[in-house]
Design a binder for this molecule. Structure first.
Ligand SMILES: NC(=O)c1ccc[n+]([C@@H]2O[C@H](COP(=O)([O-])OP(=O)(O)OC[C@H]3O[C@@H](n4cnc5c(N)ncnc54)[C@H](OP(=O)(O)O)[C@@H]3O)[C@@H](O)[C@H]2O)c1
Length: 272
């Protein structure tokens, strides 16, 4: 029995029990991940201060972007099938960003899209306050968690889906996650932060584009988060970017980068 067959078999025997709880458990198979086309196109969208911080040292919600920046973010969200954000981002805001511009809503319904993309929060602990406004917002909510995290929400209807993709060490298996998202027709994924989530995707070379809005303020602070958190990269091994476009609207600069994927770097070095 290969990995796919094992997954199918497990999902059959589990389905009745899990269906009740709207939990999908996936056995993670450690096949080498060679086909990176088998995942959604991913775009990170963040606003940052002129000194490269995405929030203040209290990790307060970042509300320093202008209305132009809000519209820019809405446009990016409107072109996505799903948005993904880290638990700390949800904890900071208590809400998620929904599309409210009527033209964007019309464009989505015209092509038979749901008015709002799926909103996915990643949280192994699933330690989220059920009273936050997020749970009343008119969106489809998915929780990406561990089996331990899932158990806290199994009796609740707060999430439309609870997805568990675990490695044998109990961590969330991001490669399995993106593969699954592609399999359920999530072809465009918008990553809305924060820095920890972005770092984990960058480490796996899973990001295709980055939008950064530079806003006219300085936040400073050694502990204020930046667009890419975690340990960071050594300069020799850093992900490389290609500047695709730059525009200035009033006091803000909108930077749009493409990521040069490791496979492209390898190909170039072979040609040279
Ligand atoms: N300026 C902007 O555009 C912008 C946008 C978004 C957020 N922010 C700011 O950024 C701050 C939050 O960023 P952050 O870096 O602290 O956190 P984050 O990435 O939002 O969330 C981190 C948490 O998400 C979960 N998580 C993220 N990536 C994971 C992965 N690969 N595997 C497993 N779990 C993962 C973990 O949840 P558990 O806690 O459950 O373990 C982790 O503790 C807030 O202050 C917010 O205001 C700014």
């Amino acid at each position: 029995m290969n990995c796919l067959q094992v997954n199918k078999y497990l999902s059959k025997i589990n389905s009745k029990f899990l269906e009740k709880m709207k939990i999908s458990v996936f056995l993670v198979c450690f096949l080498p991940q060679t086909n990176m086309e088998n995942r959604p196109h991913t775009t990170v969208i963040l606003a940052m201060s002129a000194d490269g911080k995405i929030a203040d040292f209290n990790r307060s919600p970042a509300r320093f972007g202008s209305l132009n920046d809000k519209l820019h973010l809405e446009k990016q969200i409107a072109s996505a099938d799903a948005v993904l954000f880290g638990a700390n981002t949800l904890r900071a805001y208590g809400t998620t960003m929904i599309i409210s511009e009527s033209i964007l809503l019309q464009q989505r319904t015209k092509v038979n899209n749901h008015p709002q993309p799926v909103h996915i929060v990643i949280s192994p602990s699933a330690n989220l306050n059920p009273d936050i406004k997020f749970f009343q917002q008119p969106v489809r909510r998915w929780l990406l968690t561990t089996s331990v995290g899932a158990s806290a929400w199994e009796k609740s209807s707060a999430f439309d889906q609870i997805l568990v993709f675990e490695t044998p060490t109990g961590e969330i298996d991001i490669l399995a996650v993106v593969k699954y998202l592609a399999s359920v027709q999530i072809n465009r994924l918008a990553i809305l932060g924060g820095g920890e989530l972005v770092a984990s995707f960058l480490e796996l070379d899973l990001i295709d584009e980055i939008w950064l809005t530079i806003c006219p303020l300085i936040l400073g602070g050694n502990n204020a988060p930046s667009p890419v958190g975690r340990k960071g990269f050594l300069s020799a091994l850093t992900p490389k970017l290609q500047l695709l476009e730059v525009s200035t609207v009033e006091q803000e600069v909108f930077l749009h980068y493409g990521i040069i994927h490791q496979s492209e770097v390898n190909l170039k070095s072979q040609i040279v």
